[in-house]
Design a protein around this ligand. Structure first.
Ligand code: 4AD
Ligand code: MG
Length: 433
């Protein structure tokens, strides 16, 4: 149901032999003597419109042979099945109207530089690979909600303007809030923790912000994160949830975006093997492995991008690295009862060099230990009074994780840079379009 006078291209097969009107944008035009072929995209598919001199008056023929790239059109014609046409149908044009002209369309079907394309992101979005990538993103977003709904999670919308630092003081965006300082949320985690005693299994899903001063292919300043949080779950259960969740998302993309992945020339053989259990490596073992391979990593330091690539290269499945040193991780992680130098946490590293897609942990549920960590990190104590209350009134073991959508979809689609995985990327040097 298109709900308008226009028939959607994806429905054309149901209208074979009938006359319909399609509204869309002209991708290409080829003129061969007395016939022209215009490929029109309406957002649901592509249809080849056949403009035949013999069937048309002079004005329509003239219009049909001078269509320009990305002008918008309304095309009325007869639907004719044609196995060679994209989508399996052609439209034999009877009448044609240009709705919006498009002269000198900037994004040409040739190689453009990255900055040029990013400056024209509002137009670049229409191109075939970009459409494929964003379709996969949309499918993954839907799959996230479907999985968590099926598993009985309640969605909790967490604030974007906050008074407490969620992750670390180093990457905060702040803004004046009636004379106070507000931060743009780095995470919704602290708030979903508060919702756990109300609903047991909860998640938030929204944009998160980090003033990352790094220009890598994995960093955005605004990215989307899904953060499940589960009461009475330990770090082990947390990893089991992550591997099941990620496997489901990959399977959904393979199942429902086969065409898009093929168009993107993604080799799906490794994705097809993604299923639980994922390999696990403790941080301490990871350091030993890295030192054997000439990394400069020392025990206690967080893993760098190059280290992650080496580790991820050991397997063709996503890899859990767990139980990092306390000083390398955020204040809220639970101390490891069997080694107090480490915390009960994990990163999930995607294979093929896509890096960390998930960060997760069991949360510190002891009020005194948590307060001590807040003090050690010199975080403003008053802003965490409410968070400490969660440990004062019915504290409970709980764990959760955050999965970055753009990095995950970069891996699934095989695109090297996260800037393509979000419709309008925000980067250190980019705020427009
Ligand atoms: O590891 P992070 O910082 O974890 C948290 O924010 C926790 N509060 C999550 C939780 O336990 N509820 O971030 C989680 C994920 C990373 O693994 C990565 O996929 C993504 O968020 N991420 C980014 N993606 C793009 N650009 C950035 N600058 C990112 N920073 C983190
Ligand atoms: Mg992390």
């Amino acid at each position: 149901m298109s709900g308008s006078e226009y028939t959607e291209v994806r429905d054309l097969a149901n209208h074979a032999g009938a006359e319909v009107t399609v509204g869309g944008w002209v991708e290409t035009l080829r003129v061969h003597g007395k016939v022209a072929f215009a490929v029109v995209r309406d957002g649901t598919g592509l249809v080849q419109c056949v403009v035949a001199r013999k069937d048309l008056d002079d004005a329509t023929w003239e219009l049909g042979t001078t269509l320009t790239q990305e002008c918008s059109v309304s095309v009325t014609g007869e639907v004719k099945p044609d196995a060679r046409a994209p989508g399996g149908q052609e439209l034999l044009v009877r009448s044609l109207r240009v709705i919006g002209k498009s002269e000198d369309y900037p994004v040409q079907p040739k190689e453009h530089g990255v900055e040029f394309l990013m400056d024209h992101r509002h137009l670049w979005l229409r191109s075939t690979p970009q459409r494929a990538v964003l379709r996969v993103r949309s499918e993954v977003l839907q799959a996230i909600h479907d999985y968590l709904y099926r598993e009985g999670f309640t969605r909790i919308d967490t604030p974007i303007l906050t008074g407490s630092i969620g992750e670390s003081a180093g990457t905060l965006f702040s803004t004046d809030y009636f004379g106070e300082t507000a931060y743009l949320a780095q995470t919704g985690q602290l708030y979903v923790e508060a919702a756990c005693p109300a609903f047991r299994k909860v998640y938030c899903f929204g944009p998160t912000f980090r003033a990352e001063k790094s220009k890598t292919r994995r960093h955005l300043t605004e990215f989307w994160m899904v953060e499940p949080e589960v009461a009475f779950a330990d770090s082990e259960a947390n990893m089991r949830l992550q591997e099941d969740f990620v496997s489901y998302l990959v399977e959904r993309a393979l199942d429902r975006c086969a065409q898009e992945l093929e168009l993107l020339e993604r080799d799906t053989s490794t994705l097809e093997r993604v299923r639980p259990p994922f390999p696990r490596l403790s941080y301490s073992d990871a350091v030993a492995v890295l030192q054997e391979r000439d990394s400069t990593i020392e025990w206690g330091k967080d893993l760098g991008g190059a280290d992650e690539t080496i580790l991820a290269g050991l397997h063709d499945l996503p890899l859990f690295v767990h139980d990092y040193p306390k000083e390398a991780k955020a204040f809220y992680m639970k101390e490891n009862p069997s080694d107090s130098r480490t915390v009960l946490c994990n990163d999930l590293l995607a294979p093929e060099g896509y890096g960390e897609i998930i960060g997760g942990s069991q949360r510190e549920d002891d009020a005194d230990r948590l307060l001590a960590r807040i003090r050690e990190e010199e975080l403003p104590e008053a802003a965490y009074e409410w968070y400490l209350d969660l440990r004062r009134y019915g504290t409970f073991p709980h764990s959760g994780f955050g999965m970055g959508v753009e990095r995950t979809v970069a891996w699934i689609t095989g695109r090297p840079h996260v800037r393509e995985l979000i419709p309008f990327p925000r980067l250190m040097n980019r705020l427009t379009p």
